[in-house]
Design a protein around this ligand. Structure first.
Ligand code: HEM
Ligand code: CU
Length: 582
């Protein structure tokens, strides 16, 4: 890298990377903003979980809807996208040891995202825009609300454009030849992001004009279709970013190298092409779309994206197995797994995230994402139970795991409360599993989502319904409350570590990063051949005998058996339906 200008760059003493100072500063602002949103969203989560626990029933009805609206928005959109923007800046500048081309654009993006997010959050928690984060017409918020969300979205679109400007600039200058896997996955995320954000703008601009009184109405069906281009697409950005972090954390903590980098890249490309089809699973009960359209998208096309995830789901444990076996942990089928660095925050987060995303989030998503089984769970609590397993125990925990390394490196401070960091992924994951089990089972019994009081105790009309008077449901909702408290404690531990490190951590140019693998930061090998492996590696592979990752293969087969079992069981449940579908 030839462009290092003293003052504008520093060389990281740990990784050897050239750090563009303006990129670094922007990352700091995005990351801190993200974590503050996470903390606030966690406070809202606690309040709504303690309301859905009917025995506690904390909030009033109007407060509940304000808080659920704000919680969805603050967490799913603001926490995640601010963090992803930090990731995009990192992956397109520092990781490539190259410069940020238009820092002013970076600050404009940050300003737009911050302004939009603060106004939208304020309007939601003060009861000015209680339209849930989906804001389906004919629910109507003031025009300012849609304007705020649009400003945020346009800011994020420009952030993606900036990412590509930086990467193309680095390519043209010859600073990088082939993108490392991490940046490659981020590039896929940024492509999906562009498409999603544009689809979201196409939904929200008419809603804004309608709220401003400039057009008489918005077609709710068209709105929902376009909206989910954003709502679902946003999850796939998270997925690609999370997978990038999984590969990163695996190599950082165990020395794993992708088993077949070409295949991993191919799996990422599958996301770009097929994942958008899945957005129709949000509209499976929508009368505006034909059954053919719903089926072809959710029961056929979407599986090609699922295939991508299955490839990563095998490839990452296998590469970890290979990495650990190479370090000498060769005993038996699972000796490597027992000797894995379970006490290292990054590995703990990776393991929890991969396991819970795959087993709870992934399987449940495929089951309820098809039109048939969807009929018995649509809009029940099973739906948020499923997607917290993906965006919370999957994405959020992966982001947390990465933060334990990025924050000390970027802020040049020692991580505080390392003991918290070590336990936090397990506590957060366990809390969320208890929460999701309670919530999912309640949903299975038919309890609706986004509902303040399923007993209708204070209903103005005598809306007596006894369908939820089954005592078992009370137990499930209690689990929701207790699990929620535990998860909030886990989340608060993360916030304490990060905020503590940023403001009070001891300054150091070489912060201690735990037991990480020194060669992770070695320069990216020059690629040769389709698999992206250098010749030495290719040679080495030729020498290998037999199957090298039997443990991961067995794990994958157990996983597939579980998948088939649960999938079959859900169809059995469907067959027992007491009511007919016409
Ligand atoms: C301590 C962790 C968390 C707890 C206890 C929690 C709890 C809840 C509860 C009780 C609901 C309401 C379900 C309903 O009544 O329909 C909810 C909704 C939701 N949560 Fe969370 N949550 C947590 C973290 C997160 C995170 C990290 C995200 C995103 C990254 C997230 C995204 C959402 C979304 C999108 C909704 C749906 C809002 C809506 O229906 O409009 N949550 N959460
Ligand atoms: Cu979706």
């Amino acid at each position: 890298m030839a462009i290092a200008t003293p003052g504008l760059f520093r060389r990281c003493a740990v990784t050897g990377l050239e750090v563009d100072r303006s990129a670094e500063k922007l990352i700091k602002f995005h990351a801190v903003t993200a974590v503050l949103f996470l903390a606030f969203g966690g406070f809202l989560a606690l309040c709504i979980a303690l309301t859905r626990w009917e025995a506690v029933h904390l909030l009033s009805a109007s407060r509940f809807y304000e808080f659920v609206s704000a919680h969805g928005m603050v967490m799913l959109i603001f926490w995640i996208i601010f963090f992803e923007m930090a990731g995009l800046i990192f992956g397109s500048t520092i990781l490539l040891s190259t410069k940020m081309l238009v820092p002013k654009l970076g600050w404009a993006v940050y300003g737009m995202m911050l302004g939009g997010s603060l106004v939208a959050t304020w309007m939601m928690i003060t009861g000015r825009a209680v339209v849930m984060f989906t804001s389906y017409p004919p629910l109507k918020a003031p025009a300012l609300y849609y304007a705020a969300v649009l400003v945020f979205a346009v800011g994020a679109i420009l952030g993606c454009v900036h990412f590509f400007i930086n990467i193309v600039g680095a390519r043209l200058r010859g600073d990088v030849t082939s993108l490392p896997l991490f940046s490659f996955a981020l590039a896929a995320a940024a492509i999906i992001a562009l498409w999603s954000l544009i689809s979201g703008a196409a939904a929200l601009i008419p809603a804004f004009l309608w709220a401003a009184g400039l057009i008489p109405s918005v077609d709710p069906g068209v709105y929902r279709l376009l909206y989910w281009g954003l709502g679902h697409g946003a999850q796939q950005i998270n997925l690609a970013a999370m997978v990038a972090i999984w590969y990163g954390l695996a190599s950082l903590t165990t020395g794993a190298k992708p088993l077949n980098e070409g295949l991993s890249r191919f799996a990422i490309v599958l996301y770009i092409f097929f994942i958008n089809m899945g957005s129709i699973h949000h509209l499976l009960a929508d009368p505006g779309l034909t059954p053919w359209f719903r089926n072809i998208n959710t029961s056929y096309m979407m599986y090609l994206a699922v295939l991508g995830s299955l490839i990563h789901g095998f490839s990452i444990p296998a590469s970890i197995e290979l990495g650990l076996r190479e370090q000498g942990f060769r005993k038996g089928l699972f000796g490597w797994l027992r000797r894995a660095p379970w006490g290292e925050p990054g590995f703990a987060a990776l393991a929890v995230s991969l396991f819970l995303f795959g087993v709870m989030g992934g399987i449940s998503g495929v089951i309820i994402g098809g039109p048939q089984v969807n009929l018995i769970m649509h809009n029940t609590l099973l739906s948020p139970s499923h997607f917290h397993m993906t965006v919370v125990t999957g994405t959020t925990i992966a982001f947390m795991g990465l933060s334990y390394y990025l924050v000390p490196l970027i802020f040049q401070r020692e991580l505080v409360l390392r003991g918290f960091a070590r336990w936090q992924p397990y506590i957060y994951g366990a809390g969320m599993v208890i929460w999701a089990a309670g919530m999912g089972l309640a949903g299975h019994w038919g309890v609706p989502r986004r509902h303040w009081d399923i007993t209708f105790s204070s209903s103005v009309f005598p809306l007596k319904s006894d369908i939820f008077e089954n005592r078992t449901i009370d137990v499930f909702l209690a689990l929701l409350g207790i699990g929620g408290i535990l998860a909030v404690i886990g989340g608060a531990m993360f916030v304490a570590v990060i905020v503590g490190t940023v403001f009070t951590g001891k300054r150091s140019a070489t912060p201690y990063l735990g037991k990480i693998m020194a060669d992770t930061f070695a320069p990216v090998p020059v690629v040769s051949g389709a698999s992206g492996e250098d010749e030495a590696t290719v040679e080495k592979h030729k020498e290998h005998e037999g199957f090298e990752t039997p443990g991961a293969l067995v794990l994958a087969l157990i996983y597939l058996a579980l998948f088939v079992g649960l999938y079959g069981f859900s169809w059995f449940e469907l067959s027992k339906l007491p009511w007919g579908v016409h």
